[in-house]
Write a protein that binds this ligand. Sequence first.
Ligand SMILES: Nc1ncnc2c1ncn2[C@@H]1O[C@H](COP(=O)(O)OP(=O)(O)OP(=O)(O)O)[C@@H](O)[C@H]1O
Length: 616
Amino acid sequence: LVIDADLNSDKQALLAFAAALHHGHRLNWEANTSVCSSWIGVKCTADQSHVLAVRLPAKGLFGSIATNTLGKLDSLQVLSLRSNLLIGNLPADISSLPSLRYLYLQQNKLTGNLPALFSSGLIVLDLSYNSFTGKISVGIQKLDRLSVLNMQKNSLIGPIPDLKLSKLKHLNLSYNNLDGSIPSSLQKFPTLSFTGNSLLCGPPLLQCSVVPSPSPIFPPVSNLSAFPPKHKHFAKKIGSWAVIATIAGGLAGFLMLIMLLLLCIFKKKGGKGGGASKEKSSYAGKNVKPKDESTSGVQGAEKNKLTFFEGFLDNFDLEDLLRASAEVLGKGSCGTSYKAVLEDGTMVVVKRLKEVISGKREFEQQMEIIGRLGKHPNVAALRAYYYSKDEKLVVSDFVPNGSFSALLHGNRGSGRTPLDWDTRVKISLEAAHGIKHIHSESNGKFVHGNIKSSNVLVGRNYEACVSDFGLSSLMNFPVTRSRIMVGYRAPEVVETRKFTQKSDVYSFGVMLLEMLTGKSPLQSARQDEILDLPRWVQSVVREEWTSEVFDAELMRFPNIEEEMVQMLQIAMSCVARNPDQRPNINEVINLIEEIRQSNSGNRSASEEKIEDRRQR
Ligand SMILES: Nc1ncnc2c1ncn2[C@@H]1O[C@H](COP(=O)(O)OP(=O)(O)OP(=O)(O)O)[C@@H](O)[C@H]1O
């Protein structure tokens, strides 16, 4: 009876909360049904005596949170109302709920001052992307279990209190109107925790005598304007290319070619210069390592050798490659890629470059750069290359799980094992690390210029690396390259005819959208219109702020919706039309790592607690 009375009181509190909101019938909370077994978003304690968690992310809730409703749930540990349209104040009875551990209210339209008191057991407090005003309440100083504090993108003012919180791992107060110097207890946090507060100073920001100028703001999804109509025709045009490319790729995938084909070509072309057999015999023997004769311009017989990169065994030669059985993997912008299986079983990928305009010296210099950058675990390494007047080849290890693109889109339908959320995030994060490595080399002068899901290769343990870096600069095609980058190319590239680090971020953003939606970068909206993925997402999200945008395959994984919405937010900031408004790749990595951290705590901890109770 006592249990019933407790649960009934929780039930009434929830009903009162729902009654004060508009929720378009997305909540099936009925007074005559069971709170614990059938109400959407509600979890109870193991003995079903109390409500333990209320999770209503992105449910289209509109209105304000009434006092004396959720604030009565004495056993509530997890409250997630993020990504709704909640307005008004945050009632103090909610922030100070005695059992509350995880409070997610980000991406709403909450206003007013922050409550003075917060529950002392809070572990995660996320109030980001709202419109809170006033000062950061000193009550936060007492939260000695707090691990994540996120208040970015509000309108908070005044100084930051000295938060001596030993457990605090993630702090984000960026993009507010905070002022004064950063207290010493918080100076260990990165710049990103504080950027976008023009009157804030001291480490890790600039010294207090120099006032920094405001940084660009990442627009939230709803603020992003649609691309102008002229883009439509462009999208149509690139659409037809996509169709051609897909057909070509599909056909190529089915073709089993013998590397002999290459041999024939060599023979034919080699004939001009003295016969293939002569060339063939000179393939055998020792191979050339870079940094000796190869990079200084090889002469005569040396000409026909593969040049191996430092750190790779020269355990096969061009002749072995020519003898190997080969299969076409696909035709890309720089040439055709073949998977070749050598006699000893080694599997390599040979890319036959076409339309190379660079001379030998320039080619070798570029190979040296590629070799250097390929020493990072998230940048695909080349094993060897071959340069002759008629043929240019690059050889890399075959990566067993194929490309991110194939994992996301290949073999959809029955029999497919969907790529789970954690793996998707891991792959994208590692790809971002690869891009970061490229961007940070040589004082930031390198750009990848061809980021897309088929250029992210996935290894046996789902480790990921970005491939194809540095090849396009050897080619003879205009920088705008209409055939490639379809759907991934940043809008300004067409006008400026230049790829930049920010255009790489745009392409990366499209790839994030691809992994979130499960859709390829070009979508047909209506019969006559092809939308690129950013515009498609915007059109769906604008009409209804729901989870329709997400890949149906992801729906089977529990408790990830919150993280998906946060990732969507990051993706949309990457595809901002204005390059200055896009984050740089370091910022993207920090943002992804931040939501990972915050949500893994959220997921595992809430499940742990429930398990705890069950065992008691
Ligand atoms: N080392 C590799 N291991 C496994 N698959 C690979 C490897 N290199 C390329 N591929 C796959 O082979 C296919 C063809 O690759 P290729 O690089 O030739 O073209 P692309 O990536 O489609 O286009 P682009 O040339 O514009 O990068 C792609 O699906 C790619 O993911």
